[in-house]
Design a protein around this ligand. Structure first.
Ligand SMILES: [Zn+2]
Length: 440
């Protein structure tokens, strides 16, 4: 057994009572939290003690929608004219990039992205993967990156018919079974689908059959661009949620991503099926898309989560983008501030409760020992009623000095402890350069 005591922190527990403890401690054994509170120093004999120096100590953050494979797009200029719309962004950038990835690219793009997530205080990532030239076994490669860094992850492969009919079905089925048989809960799986616009009826039927047999939810993009809505209606005379219902896809374990162009009835269907909707505001802005009506969804009681869609691994800045965008959209400075913070801190945790066995996202006994120490000593009063203000205006710009994931100190003084950052970075530059040269 290994043990760790974090002491002298401003401990933000995020428990139901919203307890905050000045000069508080967190005691950890193996991968679980044992005690949180004002712990006398001689109560335990921990293997290791970390002095938080009065900085905030809080639960590790959760990213509810990511694309680790998109990492090597940073700095890449797609050939040809700039994309004019969402469909062209997919065709000219993402579908060329994912097709060009080989197995080693999949590994390094995941490894460095997971490392930077850890450094940004994110300890659980729900990822959506595509690498059509090496789909079989690709989720194992990504899992390897997660295990080397030490984060928890939920993986899926995005099935579509855009290159080959039903590409990725076998990889989802294999990986879901693997996770069900695994001895630990570090990795989980969903059945990945790209979007209705790239999925034929036979493919959807096959995916639904397999996922239902395995008792697994889905992870799929919905109504991100108007084209998804238009093509689905032209081909099948169905709205997006109606077509998913035809195949039994909505469920409490199913993550629908975006939902920008949902009409009121489709939002009601999200609620009646208890499905999850994940919003990615920076990505939507980056693609020149419209705004997801998350306040309308929240008012219906839909479980709305927050992801980055590959834009970054910084969850607090993403929550900041969420409320700023909603305020701009509604021309109302009163809205979305508390909602954005709660979506990040409470709803993303609730999503994980539906996917993983181990509870996380609260500093409480029995919870997974995912704990972060951002470099943030408040210079204005901080208490239970104004933490969101400190988080969205202050913590969003703070470096995370320490990340403890599954009980292991994986980031210390802002850098990885168990991975050679410089070696991985140099390898990534080499891989990205070669990848870019293959895209025309
Ligand atoms: Zn996405």
């Amino acid at each position: 057994m290994s043990s760790l005591l974090i002491k002298n922190g401003f401990v933000v527990t995020l428990n139901d009572a919203n307890d905050m403890l000045e000069n508080g401690s967190v005691y950890i054994e193996d991968d679980k939290i044992v005690e949180v509170g004002l712990i006398p120093e001689d109560k335990y004999q921990p293997d290791r003690v970390i002095d938080a120096g009065g900085n905030i100590v809080m639960p590790g953050l959760i990213n509810a929608h990511h694309h680790l494979y998109s990492t090597f797009a940073r700095g890449f200029v797609p050939p040809g004219e700039p994309a004019r719309n969402f469909k062209e962004i997919l065709e000219r950038l993402w579908w060329k990039l994912d097709l060009a990835l080989d197995a080693e690219d999949v590994y390094y793009s995941a490894l460095i992205a997971v490392m930077y997530a850890a450094r940004a205080g994110c300890t659980t990532i729900i990822d959506h993967h595509a690498s059509p030239s090496c789909s079989d076994g690709s989720l194992d490669i990504i899992e390897k990156a997660f295990r080397e860094v030490g984060l928890s992850g939920c993986l899926c492969y995005e099935v579509s018919d855009r290159n080959e009919k039903g590409e990725g079905i076998a990889e989802n089925e294999r990986y879901i079974k693997k996770c069900k048989d695994a001895e630990d809960d570090q990795m989980a799986a969903l059945f990945g689908l790209h979007a209705l616009m790239t999925l034929s009826t036979p493919t959807l039927e096959k995916c639904a059959d397999i996922a239902h047999q395995l008792g697994t939810g889905f992870h799929v993009h919905v109504a991100e661009g108007e084209i998804d809505v238009q093509l689905t209606f032209e081909r099948y005379q169905r709205r997006i949620m109606d077509r998913f219902l035809d195949f039994g896809i909505p469920s409490p374990q199913t993550i629908f991503v975006h939902g920008i162009h949902f009409e009121a009835r489709e939002m009601d269907l999200l609620k009646t099926t208890d499905s999850i909707l994940v919003n990615n505001p920076e990505s939507n802005m980056n693609n020149g898309l419209s705004v997801t009506p998350i306040l309308e969804m929240l008012s219906r009681g839909v479980l709305v989560g927050l992801g980055t869609d590959g834009m970054s691994s910084h969850m607090i800045s993403q929550a900041r983008a969420m409320y700023l965008l909603q305020r701009t959209y509604r021309r109302d400075p009163r809205v979305a501030f508390g909602e954005a913070a709660e979506i990040l801190l409470q709803n993303n945790r609730a999503i994980c409760e539906r996917i993983f066995k181990e509870p996380r996202g609260v500093l409480a006994p029995g919870h997974l020992a995912d704990v972060i120490i951002p470099e943030y000593v408040p210079f204005t009063p901080l208490h239970a009623n104004n933490f969101y203000g400190h988080m969205l205006y202050g913590l969003s710009f703070s470096r995370v000095s320490t990340t403890v994931a599954r009980g292991n100190v994986i980031v210390e003084n802002g850098h990885m402890t168990g991975v050679d950052e410089e070696e991985v970075r140099a390898k990534c530059v080499e891989r990205a350069k070669a990848l870019w040269s293959r895209i025309h």
